[in-house]
Design a binder for this molecule. Structure first.
Ligand SMILES: [Zn+2]
Length: 189
């Protein structure tokens, strides 16, 4: 523990109740013959407190190699190490899928004059629609949940470096479906 104060046995019991006898880093059960160790989730140096909701069980093996990282940082590191372990190129979709198990969900939209309505999370979001004077592209600004994001993976793999660069500006767009049945990527002319 990198804290000013060790947690007591009562607090340890509460933490075990919350997390179960599993290592916070990879979710693997800690063997019965192994002593459960404890570590900060958010680093004490970054304002993480020695409270029951900021301390979690960790196995001895991981605790020995965690160094100065918090559990959160170390878990992200272990996650990313295994994410890249197969040596294959990774794209935004791969990362979102690995983190959330879901990406590229279509957003249904409807355009009426200079307004666009997006339908997601079971409520309509009505926004102003702008037009680029150079390209004529319609565009809008919206905060959209990450599950609607997807990258043009196949497109990017096939294109030259120059086209790759050109496409970067809207490479991370979401997929949109018009309510009148026209499917398209947005922005479109
Ligand atoms: Zn572990």
């Amino acid at each position: 523990m990198t804290s000013k104060r060790q947690i007591n046995d009562k607090e340890k019991a509460i933490i075990m109740e919350q997390h179960g006898r599993v290592c916070f880093v990879d979710g693997v059960p800690i063997p019965d013959d192994e002593v459960v160790e404890f570590h900060h989730i958010r680093a004490f140096s970054k304002g993480g407190l020695s409270t029951v909701d900021n301390v979690a069980p960790v196995c001895r093996k991981h605790h020995r190699t965690i160094g100065t990282m918090s559990l959160q940082e170390y878990r992200d590191k272990v996650d990313l190490d295994s994410f890249f372990a197969d040596g294959e190129p990774k794209y935004l979709n791969d990362l979102i899928n690995a983190k959330t198990g879901n990406c590229g969900e279509p957003v249904v939209y409807e355009i009426e004059g200079d307004r666009i309505t997006l339908y997601f999370n079971s409520s309509p979001h009505n926004l102003p629609l702008y037009e680029c004077p150079i390209t004529g592209w319609k565009y809008f600004y919206a905060n959209i949940p990450i599950k609607f994001l997807e990258n043009d993976t196949l497109f990017l793999r096939k294109q030259s470096a120059f086209l790759f660069w050109l496409n970067i500006s809207h490479a991370n767009r979401g997929r949109f479906y018009s309510r009148n049945g026209l499917n398209s990527n947005f922005p479109s002319k």
